[in-house]
Design a protein around this ligand. Structure first.
Ligand code: NAX
Length: 329
């Protein structure tokens, strides 16, 4: 039998945590033969609730779960972890400025980075989910000098899945038949969902849908606003679909992408083939082999599409600058 791997989930008492734990513990991320030791981190006021979550995990009697560590200590939570799924963060409160949200989360991700660097496995693979996800990942990465920068990623898979879902619905097709939708840039309203490498059962999406004004405008806005639509309807932000996307991101990172499959991840932009500035965590099309991602270059881009890529790049630069200003990074 394989050795168990240690997987930490931060923000484990929150709503994404509640939807994610069954996927990780049930073998949907690391596979049905990979035992795991679950490390669950949250803050002190959430400990009682986390205790209830632990009881429920025990009551599920998952065959792959070989241990549970539930804690409010970063040191304990990050001790020897091989994978870190970081969902915990400070939520945007009413009346709070974006700048304050950035600063608050920057301080969390500076601290998280420092402790992770000290305590985690040196080959720890990190996925940041908490918003602003790309910038939190970048902040964390600047504080993890001994973990390779390629090991730090941000979640844009939900946006990619949303895009595939919208296209499939429009075509009356199965979402799984729509492949290779790409998300460029930030996990925010400036993101650029790109469909010119996407297809449905081998037919390019642009041919299958044959409506450029929808594909170049309406579709993009729909993907950008999908998160806000869910909040407006449900009163809470996406959790089921976010957990599902985390499962997909980690699954593909752990197992590799299939031949011909391209997925989107927020990754280090340094040296990228699209002319985006170095030093950002920007979402690109990637393939994955041996737990290493590689950006897929050569996508054809119109001037309008280049502008969309630059708009989201500009936002990421601004977020990075605001974090530096607030924390003297
Ligand atoms: P919840 O508020 O339900 O849960 C967050 C949990 O994090 C809470 O239990 C809280 O106590 C904990 N927490 C707060 N500060 C912490 C810290 N310093 N260390 C450890 N834990 C801490 O939010 P939820 O709906 O689960 O969303 C979590 C995060 O995911 C939010 O930042 C949200 O914006 C972000 N999202 C990102 C998405 C993406 O695609 N990248 C999509 C979904 C989601 O909106």
């Amino acid at each position: 039998e394989k050795e168990p791997i240690r997987v930490v989930i931060s923000g484990a008492a929150g709503q994404i945590g509640y939807a994610l734990i069954p996927l990780v513990a049930g073998g949907k991320t690391f596979g049905p033969n990979q035992p795991i030791i679950l490390h669950l981190l949250d803050i002190p006021p959430a400990m009682k609730c986390l205790g209830g979550v632990v009881m429920e995990i025990e009551d599920c009697a998952y065959p792959l779960v070989r241990g549970i560590v539930a804690t409010d200590s970063y040191e304990v939570a990050f001790d020897k972890v091989d994978w870190a799924i970081l969902v915990g963060g400070f939520p945007r409160k009413k009346g709070m400025l974006r700048k304050d949200l950035l600063a608050k989360n920057a301080s969390i991700y500076i601290e998280t980075g420092k402790v992770l660097d000290r305590c985690a496995s040196k080959d720890c693979h990190v996925l940041v989910v908490a918003n602003p996800a790309n910038t939190n990942a970048n902040t964390l990465s600047m504080n993890t000098p001994s973990i390779p920068r390629g090991n730090i990623t941000a979640l844009t898979r939900l946006d990619m899945n949303r895009g595939a879902g919208i296209l499939a619905k429009r075509l009356g097709a199965k979402p799984s038949d729509v492949t290779n939708v790409t998300i460029f840039g930030n996990h925010s309203k400036t993101q650029f969902p790109y469909i010119d490498r996407a297809d449905i059962n081998g037919t390019p999406i642009r041919t299958a849908i044959n409506d450029d004004s929808f594909l170049d405008q309406g579709f993009i806005t729909q993907v950008q606003n999908r998160g806000a639509e869910v909040i407006a309807a449900r009163g809470f932000s996406s959790a089921m679909s976010a957990a599902n996307a985390i499962k997909d991101h980690v699954h593909d990172w752990f197992h590799g992408t299939k031949p011909g499959q391209i997925v989107s991840m927020g990754v280090d932009s340094t040296g990228n083939p699209y002319g985006i500035a170095d030093g950002l965590i920007y979402s690109f099309p990637v393939t994955i082999k041996n737990r290493e991602w590689a950006i897929v270059g050569g996508f054809s881009l119109t001037d309008a599409q280049r502008t969309l890529m630059q708009t989201t790049e500009k936002e990421l630069k601004e977020e990075k600058d605001e974090v530096s200003a607030s924390s003297n990074l």
